[in-house]
Write a protein that binds this ligand. Structure first.
Ligand code: NIG
Ligand code: FE
Length: 419
């Protein structure tokens, strides 16, 4: 959907417009978090690019009094596309069965791998599209998606191809990550599967759609030496390295991930003080996934301590059928505020510019500054309400590249556009 002829758009009289303290920052950490500004006023763009000052006139003019205007949310850690759900396992976990035990019994990642193998391409794409619609309505204008439920060479390549096809059918910007070491496939040990991963890299790179590799480092999955090996593969292939580390058991993955050049260390639920010290000034994102921690009754990442130390704190959904069947960034913001004690400014930076940096997109999106893409949300209430009115979705309009790609029903008449 787009507003007819709306090459330029002006939002008038916003209550709050969230801006970084200076233009051109790659990320927001330390003192820059609190130095973000929330000044009211007007915001405009032409041809999808944010303007230097307010536009005097525009094709589409929208009054937004009392509203907050923030960058579109960037969800930098999801496991889309996948097949089906695992509500039965959640019932088991509520009854006290640990994730590892469910996985050891053939559930967990293996259960989703069986579901993916059994589903047709059309079924997988339809489920993912439905989720992308929900994500957009909750303000996610960019998201990353991981493979990892293929659990065979052919299965992983199929998952990556499906991700590439899916990307063409959604209004959001997407990035594809090859999570090639998620669970050790049947018939292999970890070393044997890592050898296979090395063998399939040519095919993965030939797809041309993959921007990062990923690995799950855990006693039930892969080791820190496999992590170092995945880092070498990423370097050789010119891809970023993303990592699932320190989720359930403390294995000392963070220093290894940093040495391997990881762009991010994700989860960190059992991270140590030494890990915090290493991440304090690292060019590596600490991606926290509070929905997985809350729903799994997992350990809690040291979010407050990481932010105070100056780490590059990022928030994401971890949307997946096992640990986090959650797609809403406002829900994640509410959880992070309560579980870690992050301020509204800290939570917003963590799912906008900092998340954009995690994906290598910080030069073009993630903050409201002149010259950046007009990926912008109009929230119907101040930013403080996102966490406070927990579970409520405040998104009234979502613009991607300047176009109103989502308009909440009660705002349709104001925009003069229909979905
Ligand atoms: O990020 N930790 C590993 N991977 C996912 C869970 C995947 C699943 O249970 O299906 C995660 O939490
Ligand atoms: Fe994950």
């Amino acid at each position: 959907m787009s507003a007819p002829g709306a090459r330029s758009v002006a939002l008038r009289g916003a209550g709050q417009i969230l801006r970084p303290p200076r233009v051109g920052l790659p990320w927001l950490r330390g003192a820059d978090l609190a130095a973000q500004t929330l000044t009211g006023g007007d915001l405009g763009w032409s041809d999808g690019v944010l303007s230097e000052g307010p536009l005097r006139s525009a094709d589409l003019e929208l009054d937004v009094p009392g509203c907050a205007v923030v960058p579109g949310f960037v969800d930098c850690h999801t496991h889309l596309p996948f097949a089906g759900w695992r509500a039965d396992e959640y019932a088991q976990r509520l009854a006290g069965v640990p994730y590892n035990e469910i996985a050891a019994g053939g559930g967990g990642i293996r259960a989703s791998a069986r579901a993916l193998a059994a589903a047709s391409d059309q079924q997988v794409l339809a489920q993912a599209r439905d989720m992308a619609v929900e994500m957009l309505a909750a303000g996610t204008t960019t998201f990353e998606m991981k493979s990892g439920y293929g659990l065979s060479r052919e299965g992983e390549i199929r998952a990556l191809r499906l991700a590439a096809e899916f990307a063409l059918s959604v209004p959001q910007t997407t990035l594809s990550t090859a999570l090639l070491a998620h669970a050790v496939p049947d018939g292999y040990d970890a070393a044997g599967w890592m050898h296979e991963v090395g063998e399939m890299m040519g095919e993965v790179l030939d797809l041309g759609s993959v921007s990062a590799l990923d690995i799950f480092v855990e006693t039930i999955a892969f080791s820190v030496s496999d992590l170092a090996a995945m880092g070498a593969l990423a370097r050789a292939g010119g891809l970023m390295l993303r990592t699932h580390v320190e989720q359930f058991e403390r294995l000392g993955s963070v220093p290894v991930a940093l040495t391997a050049g990881a762009r991010s260390v994700d989860h960190l639920s059992v991270a140590s003080d030494d890990d915090v010290a290493l991440l304090a000034d690292a060019a590596c994102a600490a991606v926290l996934l509070p929905a997985a921690e809350f729903l799994g009754a997992e350990h809690r990442a040291p979010g407050r301590v990481l932010a105070d130390a100056g780490a590059l704190v990022v928030l994401a959904t971890d949307a997946n059928p096992g640990t986090a069947p959650v797609v809403s960034m406002p829900v994640v913001i509410g959880l992070a505020a309560r579980l870690y004690g992050l301020s509204p400014m800290e939570t917003l930076a963590a799912c906008t510019l900092n998340a954009a940096w995690t994906l290598g997109l910080e030069a073009t999106l993630g903050s409201i500054e002149p010259g950046k893409r007009a990926d912008v949300l109009v929230l119907d209430s101040p930013v403080e309400s996102i966490a406070y009115r927990f579970g409520r979705n405040p998104v009234a309009v979502a613009f991607v590249g300047g176009d109103p790609v989502y308009v909440r029903d009660d705002w349709v008449d104001r925009l003069g556009v229909r979905s």
